[in-house]
Design a protein around this ligand. Structure first.
Ligand code: RIB
Ligand code: CA
Length: 312
């Protein structure tokens, strides 16, 4: 029986690969819908990019919804410097022909969680948590119905990638993250500590391209573009596949190791807004609220990813 998920996303080349991996795995994952949020690029582009990716996967049947165009309280911060002005720079992909759903993404999240059996739907946020937090505030009764949330965001040992202290998804909307991390829903978190170990080295990029398929070549072109920021900043040996860690966890959780710890979100720090204050060493005595990942089997991750992409 495939696991039912909703992917909440701000594509974003790495979001795109996470979505492709999910759509390539229908025996294990049923994508009930994709909800777009403003993040890497503005909402008008993230909702368009989500549809471009669905059509790249040959899945124009997956409903795509447009959500919140700005964080709960703060001005939107985007990341064109990382993802390019379209958010999917790299490959030349056709504009989408599949329609955007009329229903607002937040309404879709609420209706789906009310309709589906309690504990049967997993939420997979890959961007700022604005849509998720807005749904939780609008309809608190859905919170206990969420099976679990597996998200990409935060950092501890790796510290920030957009400020010295904060990772982008959490930094864009710290208030939303505070709501989600305080919701009591079982959380599995893929922070930079683990995603910075999922690097698309030249050999791994060549394996994508070597698939010889439209999807394989497009992913190679995406990561060729997307790697520039991290190579320049960190001297990385390739693009970090942040968001695909979420999908890979659903498919092979044994690829990841971490600790069940307390994670608080800084919302007031002048210099630290959006920091995930992860109690990795258990010094606070606070109740754990997140499975915070710290390491992954990178080779196993890329074997899984490349094989699954080859199915599309
Ligand atoms: O910090 C990395 C995260 O921010 C990824 O989800 C990337 O797509 C951007 O949303
Ligand atoms: Ca993302």
């Amino acid at each position: 029986m495939p696991r039912k998920i909703i992917i909440d996303t701000d594509p974003g080349q790495d979001d795109a690969v996470a979505i492709l991996l999910a759509l390539a795995s229908p025996d294990e994952i049923e994508v009930l819908g994709i909800t777009a949020v403003a993040g890497n690029v503005p909402l008008a582009l993230t909702q368009k990019n989500a549809r471009i990716v669905c059509e790249l996967a040959g899945r124009a049947d997956v409903p795509v919804f447009s959500g919140c165009e700005r964080p709960l309280k703060r001005a939107l911060v985007t990341a064109e410097h990382v993802h390019g002005k379209t958010g999917l720079d790299g490959p030349v992909l056709p504009d989408p022909t599949m329609p955007l759903q009329d229903t607002h993404a937040v309404e879709f999240l609420i209706r789906t969680l009310r309709r589906e059996p309690a504990g049967s739907v997993t939420l997979c946020p890959l961007g700022p948590l604005t849509n998720i937090a807005t749904a939780m505030m609008a309809a608190p009764e859905i919170v206990p119905r969420i099976a679990q949330i597996v998200l990409m965001g935060g950092a501890y040992f790796e510290v920030g990638n957009i400020t010295p202290a904060a990772e982008f998804n959490i930094h864009v909307d710290p208030e939303a993250a505070e709501i989600v991390f305080g919701s009591g829903v079982p959380l599995t978190v893929m922070p930079l500590d683990v995603t910075h170990k999922a690097l698309v080295t030249p050999a791994r990029n060549a394996a994508f391209r070597g698939l010889g398929t439209r999807v394989g070549v497009a992913v190679a072109e995406m990561t060729d573009f997307f790697e520039r920021f991290d190579k320049a900043k960190y001297g990385s040996d390739g693009a970090p596949l942040h968001d695909p860690c979420v999908t890979a966890y659903l498919l092979k959780p044994e690829l990841f190791t971490g600790r069940h710890i307390n994670v608080e979100i800084e919302t007031e720090g002048r210099f630290t807004a959006g920091m995930t204050v992860a109690d990795w060493w258990g010094v606070t005595g606070k109740a754990p609220n997140a499975m915070f990942m710290g390491d992954l089997d990178a080779d196993g991750f890329f074997v899984l990813l490349t094989e699954r992409l080859g199915r599309l």
